[in-house]
Design a protein. Structure first.
Length: 383
């Protein structure tokens, strides 16, 4: 008889393959900002433009973070929904993970004069993604996704607590279906000016489908009771849907994202694709092939991903300012092929080092307090 292949449970206390996904997501973002974002490609050679454009999909690393966050947060909430300290435990632990580094970078940005006062106020209130609605320039744009996540944290725990899992699947599915329509309406509204600068890619209601995709995956995994075959079909189905939508959207500007339909569906396709990738990593990560999705290098980047996301753009800017002040002549080379790579290696390396130091000696000090959650306040009983 053949040997029975034993698999680990899909849901475990430690899931190292998810750190790999975080690593992929943050590398995509920092490469995107280093090589493609706000860059004029016209003076590069055809081959160089191909390489630089290859960094463009890194923008959707944020989408991968959203899908992963929806999966993990929904799972945490489902597993603790009957606890008497449900809200206290969740918000205490989230505050320890998110707030220290977030407010730390705001202080640094204020001291370095890298953000306007009005944008600082919006960011303090976790409303940086809504700044354009009030005519406020997003002077440090990476903060927008943190606002989306915080809005998710404020609303979703109450929903999970009060709605049955089947109802949550229906609700999250509706969000996945209707959010692209909201994006599309927003893009069409922005056509009289320039819809790519309309803020449609930042508003919480326009970006909720990534979080919903992760939530659906978490809910369905539990509903399937860890059945690998069913979960495998869900994984395959995600890729099929993403492929179908890509074919449909291709004639409508999907590749460039410069037409409303294509721009609206870019995020949808990336979210559904990442839903499938997350499912695939869980399947492979619990099989004998788990080494394929537990790269030590990518897990390291996953370990420092939060701090690296917050600080990398600032380090790029400070490097540019330093070069301009030391050698204005050499500063022009920052926009050349060699200069781009030198900037990426030096500034990117510095950002990685700072992020590691932040995680190791600053963020970890707060994370260790997670086990010290205040006990539930006893409810007085009538005599």
């Amino acid at each position: 008889m053949g040997e029975v292949v034993r698999h680990e449970p899909l849901l475990r206390k430690e899931m190292p393959e998810l750190d790999t996904i975080r690593g992929l997501a943050i590398l995509g973002v920092i490469v995107y900002h280093a090589f493609y974002w706000s860059r004029d490609l016209s003076h590069f050679s055809p081959l160089q433009r191909i390489v630089l454009r290859a960094a463009a999909p890194g923008e959707f690393g944020v989408s991968l973070f959203f899908v992963l966050s929806g999966f993990l947060i929904t799972g945490l909430l489902l597993d603790s929904r009957d606890r008497p300290d449900y809200y206290r435990r969740f918000y205490f632990r989230r505050a320890l993970r998110i707030l220290p580094a977030y407010y730390g970078i705001l202080i640094v940005l204020l001291v370095a004069r890298e953000m306007s006062r009005s944008y600082l106020i919006m960011s303090l209130l976790y409303c940086s993604n809504l700044s354009l609605l009030f005519g406020i320039q997003m002077t440090y744009p990476v903060l927008w996704s943190l606002s989306v996540e915080e809005h998710f944290y404020l609303v979703w725990p109450a929903v999970v607590r009060r709605v049955a899992p089947r109802g949550l699947i229906v609700l999250a599915g509706a969000i996945i279906l209707f959010t692209p329509l909201l994006r599309l309406a927003c893009f069409y509204h922005g056509l009289p000016t320039h819809f790519s600068n309309s803020g449609c890619d930042y508003y919480t209601w326009n970006m909720a489908d990534g979080l919903a995709c992760g939530s659906v995956l978490s809910l369905l995994l539990r509903r399937m009771n860890g059945d690998r075959k069913k979960f495998g079909w869900l994984c395959l189905g995600s890729f099929i849907v993403a492929g179908f939508l890509s074919v449909v959207a291709l004639p409508f500007g999907l590749r460039t994202g410069m037409r409303p339909v294509g721009a609206a569906l870019q995020w949808t396709i990336s979210n559904v694709t990442f839903m499938g990738i997350l499912a695939l990593f869980l399947l492979v990560g619990t099989s004998r092939w788990k080494a394929l999705v537990t790269s030590k290098v990518l897990r390291f980047f996953g370990y420092i991903s939060y701090g690296l996301y917050l600080v990398h753009l600032l380090v790029y800017r400070l490097f540019d300012d330093l070069v301009r002040s030391v050698s204005p002549v050499y500063a022009t080379r920052l926009f050349t092929w060699d200069g781009i790579w030198l900037r990426f290696l030096i500034a990117g390396g510095a950002a990685v080092l700072l992020s590691y130091l932040s995680r190791r000696f600053f963020e970890e000090a707060f994370l260790r307090l997670k086990s010290k959650i205040p006990p539930p306040v006893p409810v007085a009983t009538p005599l």
